[in-house]
Design a binder for this molecule. Structure first.
Ligand SMILES: [Zn+2]
Length: 100
């Protein structure tokens, strides 16, 4: 039940923002700590499915390597990759989300 409430909060937040925001920003807005960021990614997978039934879409700006600019396209799930497959850097710009 609490999971359901959390997802509704995420849906409401991502429907209101003007610009896409990161999972960390979502956690902060909901009053959650940094350790909950991983849970936000899990919620986002469910959020993507539930908004689709309302004719909306969860859009994701894919993660990007800050070192070489590599863009993580073709990601099936919302997550923050550990490292860049091209230059092996661990400085990855996290994905950002918005509901349209
Ligand atoms: Zn790179």
């Amino acid at each position: 039940m609490r999971q359901e409430t959390r997802r509704k909060e995420i849906i409401r937040l991502l429907s209101q923002v003007d610009e896409p925001i990161s999972a960390k920003e979502i956690a902060q807005d909901l009053g959650l700590g940094a350790k909950d960021v991983r849970k936000i990614y899990a919620h986002l997978d469910h959020v993507a499915k539930s908004v689709r039934s309302n004719g909306k879409r969860l859009l994701m700006i894919p993660p990007r390597c800050k070192e070489c600019g590599y863009v993580f396209n073709n990601m099936r799930r919302a997550r923050l990759p550990n490292r860049c497959p091209r230059c092996k850097s661990e400085r990855i710009e996290p994905p950002r989300f918005i509901i349209k």
